[in-house]
Design a binder for this molecule. Structure first.
Ligand SMILES: [Zn+2]
Length: 302
């Protein structure tokens, strides 16, 4: 069997248009580049749906003949419905979409999106070299700094509410239901995207429980799949014990690339939003993983 019996590539959006809330965060792939990525991966891997991945995970990937891949998308962005769904349907590729229950329907938005919008606004206002000096901390702001981003926006006369209405960065529940009707799975990505290592255990539990409660109000889910916002790095065994033992989750996902984890049903995914082709990104993560394995450092101990 291959050294890598499975890969878990993940994205947020695919678009041929610039969007202010994403442009300073990661490289959004064009339709052409994303299509090339999935075509490449289809040749090397068998794309499976979440149920099949889950069943293989439960049997430690023992029955795998050809390496498998499960594709996922974080944050529940509108491009998932508008752009990604039609491509995946056409190619017959299954996927899971991880939703922020507090952002679905464009009620609110991730603080990082606000920072990206402000950065773009300030860049055009003051010129690129000045803002780095003046607002260096903008992109380093944290979940707890949301009020600061709101204050800067207020001072500049920018309304995030207007932006949410005008741009509709997120899917609404009808679109999320439509994804499920087309055979895709829906998972949770928390209520409002905190970094879990920076919040208390009871807040982590609340973020997971309430986001699922909200999702199951709209759709039925068979497997409770959760992807940690930002990263699961630094999370202790206690957090995993709590959420798995209380059956809040059946399977969870991180973003550390090709690493193994001491938590049996927590799996690391590969961030694909770099300005490189899928084969280059996968080769990079494979090389890193092999190097770490030689140094016996490829297992995340918690
Ligand atoms: Zn996210």
């Amino acid at each position: 069997m291959s050294r890598f019996p499975f890969i878990l590539p993940f994205y947020h959006a695919v678009s041929d248009e610039d969007s202010l809330h994403l442009k300073h965060l990661f490289h959004v792939k064009s339709i052409k580049d994303f299509t090339a990525d999935v075509e490449f991966m289809s040749k090397r891997y068998k794309f499976v749906d979440l149920t099949e991945f889950y069943n293989h995970a439960k049997t430690s990937f023992k029955n795998i003949v050809k390496p498998i891949a499960h594709l996922s998308f974080d944050d529940g962005l509108r491009e998932c419905y508008d752009v990604i769904m039609p491509i995946l349907i056409e190619k017959g590729i299954p996927a899971t979409f991880f939703i922020n229950s507090g952002f679905a329907g464009n009620k609110e938005m991730l603080f990082r999106f606000k920072a990206s919008i402000l950065k773009e606004y300030l860049k055009s206002d003051f010129g690129a070299h000045n803002i780095d000096h003046k607002y260096k901390s903008l992109m380093q702001m944290d979940y707890s700094d949301d009020h600061l981003l709101e204050k800067i926006a207020f001072d500049l006369g920018i309304s995030f509410k207007d932006y949410l209405i005008r741009v509709q960065p997120y899917m609404n529940w009808e679109q999320i239901k439509e994804l499920q009707k087309n055979g895709f799975t829906i998972g949770s990505h928390s209520i409002d995207h905190p970094e879990f290592r920076k919040i208390a255990l009871n807040s982590s539990v609340r973020q997971i429980k309430e986001s699922f409660d909200r999702i199951v109000n709209h759709i039925d889910i068979k497997i409770r799949a959760f992807s940690f916002p930002f990263t699961d790095s630094g999370l202790s065994v206690d957090v995993f014990d709590e959420i798995f033992n209380s059956k809040l989750v059946d399977i969870t996902f991180g973003t550390a690339g090709l690493k193994n984890d001491v938590i049996p049903m927590n799996f690391q995914r590969i961030p694909m939003e770099w300005n490189y082709k899928a084969n280059e990104i996968l080769n990079y993560y494979k090389a890193k993983s092999i190097a770490r394995s030689i140094l016996r450092r490829n297992i995340i101990n918690r």
